[in-house]
Design a protein around this ligand. Sequence first.
Ligand code: GAL
Length: 503
Amino acid sequence: MGRRAPIDAPPRVARFDPFAGAPRLNSARRVGIRPGTELIHPLAATGARPLRFHVDGLPEGIAVDEEGTLRGRAPAAAGTHLLEVTATNELGEASATVELVVGEQLCLTPPLGWNSWNLYGPDVGAELIVRTAEAMVATGLRDLGYQYVNIDDHWHAERRAPDGSPLANARTFPDGIAPVAARVHELGLKLGIYSDAAHLTCGNCYGGYGYERTDAATYAAWGVDLLKYDYCYAPASAAEAEARYGAMGRALRETDRSIVLSVCEWGFRSPWRWAPAIGGSTWRTTPDIYDTFSWSPFGVRHIAWRTLRQADHAGPGRWNDPDMLLVGNHGRGRSSGVLRTPNQLRAPLRGRRLWRFRGLTDHQAHSHVTLWAMLAAPLLASHDLGASSELDLALLANPEVLAVDQDPLGASARRLPAPRGWWHLVKPLRDGGFALSATNLRRGERTSTLRLADVVAAGHSVTPTSGRWTVRDAWAMHDLGELDQLDVELPGHGSALLVCHPA
Ligand code: GAL
């Protein structure tokens, strides 16, 4: 039996200040864009302001603005452009090569951003979306690589316009979606929207089925950058799902924007097998996440376990999506927290509480982000960004953990053999190193030994070397030295994330 972790011992995570110190470039190192479409891409640099940017190798039609956002139109011809990016401030300089890949594949690294659903449910509106985009900038999250601000269900007017085109709710989006997109773009961010491959969405607003070309063209005209396409009220068959998502994928590709298609049929019809071919960049692997760490089908652990089984299907432009992050919601979500409980407990269970979603503990939230980064998952915060606690931000804004998620190789973590009650995961990195995580799945504090030779022995595309490894604690942002094994002592439900390179 392990000792219980003292409940006041917080997760050991660095508090990274995105507005201090020498420059650091956090932008995804590979960026996909369709030929001839608008590019808005923040170079995502942290450090003391002001920061100055210089980029060599920009194709004609693209420039970098004062804030470090690449703006313009992608070349008409497919091909890769190597951008040599430098950010400078009074304390130093940072350089990196960013590959701009002009072609049909988007999301060459998993999308980072925010989605309205978990906390706000149906209460979305222009003011919330603009406020969230501004908070993404003010918190420094944009400068760490977060980009998408996604409107989920319930943005719709009661019905479409007489000509069939989609209309936003005139009360909550008084000037429609276009000015919201324009403000989001002005901030160097991207706007996502939501629809459903049937006549209705899950929230009973009108869906996109039969209107794919009208909707895609309108979204493009509004300036939308991502579409989450749901599957309520649609037929069960996988062939039909593939056809319906295929129709929307085609319609999006016929527009003059790069619009990411995010497939949301909850992993019921093996979307990892067909979604990449119809233009889907991400697909949900499970039903909705709820604000709980439990093993039940909607809990963080179960969802991570299910998603790990699909590791082989992840790669650049094609990501398993284990749903949004719950960090910062603390059980308050309309859609995934305590407020949801009463609806699910109508008769015949009257009076008996089956599920209570009180939210994650700090260590559970720490494990949640660790697992999602190891899975190369989209990282979509879903809380009130402006009300983030210091720990919420430390969990979302750790540049070394984000770099594991965003690694350009695009491999998802796989499980290594581990003692009972532990997950040891390995994720190969493009530079020949690997990320290694340990998660204590039980309640009490326990210690586990990680042997780096075991990682090599297990294959997993990690380059074998005979010797030792330099090991860095990504969460603490400090070097642990040259090691061949280490003992990790973790509180109940806690995690560690290490980045290892041949010494
Ligand atoms: C669900 C979906 C959720 C959210 C909701 C909106 O089907 O999985 O993430 O989008 O619909 O009604």
